[in-house]
Each structure stands twice: as C-alpha cells, then as structure tokens.
Write a protein that binds this ligand. Sequence first.
Ligand code: EPZ
Length: 432
Amino acid sequence: MQKYVINGGKPLFGEIEISGAKNAAVAIIPAALLVDGVCRIENVPQISDVTLILRILEELGADVRLLNKNTVQIDSRHITSCHVPDELSRKMRASYYLIGALLGRFGQAVVSMPGGCDLGTRPIDLHVKSFEKLGARVDVVSGYVHATAPKTGLHGATIYMDQASVGATMNTMMAAARSTGLTIIENAAKEPHIVDLANFLNSMGADIMGAGTDVIRIRGVGQLHGGAYSIIPDQIEAGTYMAAVTATGGDVLIKNVIPKHLDCISAKLVEMGAKVEEIGDCVRISRSGPLKRVNVKTMPYPGFPTDMQPQISACLTIAEGTSVVTEGIWENRYRYVAEFRRMGAQIQVDGKIAVIEGVSKLSGAPLMACDLRAGAAMVIAGLAAEGTTDIGCIHYIERGYENLVEKLRGVGADICLVEDEDEEAQHKIEAV
Ligand code: EPZ
C-alpha cells in the first residue's frame, strides 16, 4: 500500500501538461468493440481505470497493444466472448459501456452490474430503458445484466432521457450506431466526452449528428471501419490543477487543454480571486490576492461539474467568508467533509448542501481518500495546508490522474509517494 505525503503551504509555479480525458477514454475504448477493424487510439491517459477496461477487452478476445505510453491499438475483429467477468466489471462504473458496445456489435451482452466510486445509488435504469426502446430484451439475473437484441437486430427509436445521463447517452449512441434506422436521443447529456465519443464513432464510419446539444440523431450503419483517433484533454484534470493553484497561490501554465471546456470552472475560480488567461491550447492561472467566498451549484455541462465539487470546496475552506455549495447530481458526494474537518475546516452538510465557513488556514493531518475526486480534493487541501498531510487509499486517485505526483512536483509542490506501512498493518488487522 502506498500513500502521498505532502508538506503544504507552498505556492505553485511552472507548467503542467494535461493528459487525455478519463471519462472519454473509458467510453471510447469499449466503443472500439463496435469496429470491424483496427483502431489506434492516442492520448490515452495511463490510469488504473484505463488499464482495467483494456484488460476486459483482452478477456473478450480483443488484441490490445500498447504502441507507446499513451497510444493503444485495439483489434476487435476476433472477439470470442460477450460475457464480462464479475471480478473485473464490478471494479468500475464505466463497465456499463460494454453492454452498449457488445449489444450493438454482436446483439448480446452479459455484464456484471457495474461498480465504481460510491457517490450514492447509481442506477442504470435509463441505460436499460434505452436498450429496450431499441428492441433489446434486458434482464438482471444473479448480479449480471443480460441484454439480447431480437433476431432482426436493434432498430432505431426515439428515446427521451428522463434525466440527462452521461452514461446512458453514450451507451445509447454505442448500441444504436450499428442498428437499422434512425435513433433520436432527446434531453441528451452534453458533456465534452459525449462529443468525443461521437467524433470517434464518426471517424470510424458512424453517422451521428448533434452530439453536444440535447438532441442527438444516430443513423445506424452496417459496419464501422478501423482508423486512428486522439482523445480530448481531460477537463476535470485541468480543473483540479487550476483549483490547486487557486488554493495555494502561484502562477501555472496548464498546457494541452480545450479552454472552452474549462469556462464553467474558470468562471468560479475568477470569482474567487484567481486570474485566468487563455493562450491557444493553454490556460494560465495565477492567484496572489485574497481568496473570496462563492456559492457553487453543480449541474450537467455546461454548468459547474459535479466532478469538480470536492476540489472547489477544498479551496473554499480557506476563502474569506461563508460559501454555500449545492450538489445537483449525486446524493452522496460529501464523504470527504469529515477528513477536511480533521484539518480544521468548518463545514456543515445538510443533504445536498454544504455550508463552508472559511478559516485562515488548514493544518496538515492524516487523511484517507474515499473516492476519486474526494482524494484529489484532499491533495489540494494538503498542498494549501500548513504542515504535513498523509493521504492513504490513493488507489482511488490513481483511477483518474496520470502521474499526479510528478506533475505537482514539476510545479514546486512538496509531495511524494511512500510505502504506507501503517496502512498495511491496518489491513492485516482487518484480515485477522
Ligand atoms: C458520469 O457518470 C461520470 N463517469 C462521472 O464521473 C460523473 O460524475 C457523472 O457522469 C456526471 O457528470 C463516467 O463518465 C465514467 P450520469 P454517470 O448517468 O454516467 C442518475 C468521476 O469522478 N441516473 O450522468 O454514471 C444518477 O443517479 C465520475 O470521474 C439515473 O437515475 O453519471 C445521477 O444522479 C464519478 N439512472 C444522474 O443521473 C441512470 O440509469 C447523472 O448520472 C443513470 C443515471
């Protein structure tokens, strides 16, 4: 077991290069199953969720080769199984994309109910409703989702999403890409990774229009061909480092981003006292003055992203005045609050609302990451705090951040990865 040890209180200066987007990669890699050919996917982040989804594809019979650190080649011409084993799929939420991809290509999928970070109940009813609208039969038996297309294959349909679900929108796009006829998704989610998946599929011969708006039209095509595609930069990784600079002060050039994707995050950080400047495919962020309070409500894109809520809350713990944070997507995304309180933060949570009274400083403390973005927020709090912060359970953070320690050290942070003997001991005790 490893942990991060952070000696906080240092402003950050320099440059950080952003990796490919996790939530695009974990959809585009399964989408390669829809292709009768070889896909070369570039700008793939080296994170544990990607390692896991690639392993699942290999288990299904795909030929997966790492051409270099961030480029993967996937040949799905000789898939041998449509059954995704439980021990792999329950480790990540995005394993639900295997249902849409396998159903869309082979007319059948057996996938264990997805796992992932605990952010509250995470149903997949909207995914199931969409597959059924396309003509599939879907049953949940002994923890597995069994989806089967009719003999004639999936057919186009008009699907109204009760809620603008990211996963259900992308899954429907995958299942419909090779169906017969026209599928229209209304009230579709609009996140950048939805546009990225549509661009990937279109570059392989699909016919998808309107991704990025709330109406997506998918005209099914008989086949998809191989090709090369580069994944967009990670909006949330960029936002996390921007929040870190806002919390610690300093001046950092965040490279390889799509600045438009960051507008919803930049706007809040500027309101808090940061300065953000767009320079081509970079943003420069600095803060030297006081941190000011803001109110934040998380919403679907282009609103403020839920995946940045813990990180901005970390900044608000040391802002002047009282801030109100409202979580608009997940029911259980404040599990990090107890850890922040150990550092001296003043936060009251009532349901989806957190009231944060800024304190003049946080003090370093031993913490445990409890999910991916909560863990990232603890890193930010540790960087801004006085003294030493240890963060355990970093496997959550490694699900979504490539080379976090190296990137932060590159801008002057005092953070390192060390073996966590205590945690190991703790695990032994629990095992007994
Ligand atoms: C995606 O999750 C992301 N995960 C999440 O990223 C992100 O928090 C979320 O979108 C919202 O932006 C991946 O892309 C792998 P949803 P997803 O379906 O698709 C409800 C991170 O930190 N809902 O848009 O699972 C649901 O309960 C993470 O990187 C249903 O009711 O989210 C939630 O309240 C974690 N029924 C809301 O919709 C369904 O069938 C939005 O969920 C599906 C969702």
